[in-house]
Design a protein around this ligand. Structure first.
Ligand code: EPZ
Length: 418
């Protein structure tokens, strides 16, 4: 098992290039199933989660060619059969459930292992299944599996009780070849949904309003292969913005989309970080005195839950009281226990964390409990006095390409130890 060792205190300088978005490329890889032909994904992030969902597609006989040097993925879905993908792969990563919508759209029936929960919450799929049922599928759940069967999918109006990202994506993909029009109301508005809509339309679908709270899908007869480059990863960009802030440094971040970063830019500016955007690059200057702020995670365009643990790390180093409220997942403060081992002063009260900034965190051996918690602990290590060892780093590799190399490039004293 590898771990990341950080010796804190270095000022960061120079520039870093952001990869394309994990949470965009995963639904897009699943969506390739719909084409029945060849799709090419350019500039794909070479991440563990991308390899896992590719293996899931291989178990249903898709041809996948991943070229790690050119970051290109070629997916051939012409020979896909409707068979049961390996349940342990699906359990390994809940995003694999995103193949359900494409498979029932293309084959009219599919059986899949129920996705596991994970450390941050139970993560139910009731809204996904509500959407499939509304489109006329017969959905049965039992013995750890979910099975959907539909002679024909018929367009329908679906209201999501919660703007679930995955449910919006799965229902969009189930509806693209349904008969008639589907309207998803109270849909998730994340930029990755808009990117999926663009991808589906490039295959010949007719999706209108993806990225807004109402998505209309007018069914078409069939779809064809396409070529697509995913959007940049706003969460990776946000993580590096906080790397600059937590080390009180000034760095340049390339390959960003300002629109997608608005909630993060607004909140960091409130702390006193100076941010200057120029096209698809930004200068992040955390060298001044920073102020405590309150955070409340919300569906997009609110402050993203995937930035909550990284922001908590920063607030632990800012004098004064900050309050972080996590409204999306029921158990996303596990990083607090680990940060307290580094001297952080955090009190968890239900869905909120009350943070008293300390002069300096101290290095310690800590454990990554989930993808973003692991990234947040690395950020703490960049600022802490002494050496921090972050174990269970496989969590971080699910969502960050070469995080230690990118931080080394900025002057951090950090290495991966097998
Ligand atoms: C996506 O997960 C992201 N993953 C998550 O990123 C992200 O945290 C989350 O959206 C919220 O933005 C991918 O895109 C692969 P949800 P998803 O469905 O789709 C409840 C990361 O770190 N819910 O929007 O699973 C659910 O319990 C990961 O990159 C239902 O109640 O998130 C949760 O409280 C972590 N019923 C809330 O909605 C459902 O049927 C948000 O879940 C579905 C969800």
């Amino acid at each position: 098992m590898s771990k990341i060792v950080v010796r804190g205190g270095n000022e960061l300088k120079g520039e870093v290039n952001i990869s394309t978005a994990k949470n965009s490329v995963l639904p897009i890889i699943a969506g390739c199933i719909l084409s029945g032909g060849k799709c090419i994904i350019d500039d794909a992030p070479m991440l563990e989660d991308v390899f896992v969902i590719s293996d899931v597609l291989r178990t249903i006989c898709a041809g996948i060619d991943i070229n790690r040097s050119s970051n290109r993925i070629i997916i051939d879905s012409s020979n896909i059969e409707e068979c049961d993908p390996s349940s342990d792969l699906v359990k390994k990563m809940r995003a694999s459930f995103l193949i359900m919508g494409p498979m029932i759209s293309r084959f009219g029936k599919f059986k899949l292992s129920l996705p596991g929960g994970c450390n941050i919450g139970t993560r139910p799929i009731d809204l996904h299944l509500k959407g499939f049922s509304a489109l006329g599928a017969e959905v049965n759940v039992g013995h750890g599996y979910v099975e959907a069967y539909a002679k024909k999918l018929i367009g329908s109006k679906i209201y999501l009780d919660f703007p679930s990202v995955g449910a919006t994506e799965n229902i969009m993909m189930a509806a693209v070849m349904a008969e008639g029009e589907t309207i998803i109301e109270n849909a998730a508005e994340e930029p990755e949904i808009e990117d999926l809509g663009r991808f589906l339309n490039s295959m010949g679908a007719n999706v209108i309003g993806a990225g807004s709270d109402t998505v209309r899908i007018i069914g078409v007869k069939n779809l064809k292969g396409t070529r697509h480059k995913p959007i940049c990863d706003r969460i990776e960009a946000g993580t590096f913005m906080i790397a600059a802030a937590i080390t009180r440094s000034k760095i340049k971040i390339n390959g960003i989309n300002e629109e997608h970063l608005k909630p993060i830019i607004a909140k960091l500016t409130e702390t006193g970080v100076k941010i200057k955007v120029n096209g698809d690059s930004m200068i992040v200057d955390g060298t001044g005195r920073l102020k405590p702020v309150d955070i409340k995670t919300m569906p997009y365009p609110g402050f993203p839950t995937d930035m909550q643990s990284q922001m908590t790390a920063l607030l632990c180093t800012i004098q004064g009281t900050s309050i972080v409220t996590e409204t999306i997942f029921e158990n996303r403060f596990m990083h607090a226990t680990e940060m307290k081992r580094m001297g952080a002063n955090i009190k968890i009260d239900g869905r909120s964390a009350v943070i008293e900034g300390v002069d300096r965190l101290t290095g310690a051996e800590v454990r990554a409990t989930d993808l973003r918690a692991g990234a947040a602990l690395i950020l703490c290590g960049l600022s802490a006095e002494g050496e921090t060892q972050v174990t269970d780093i496989y969590h971080v590799d699910r969502g960050y390409v070469d995080i230690e190399k990118k931080l080394q490039g900025l002057g951090a004293d950090i290495e991966r130890v097998e």
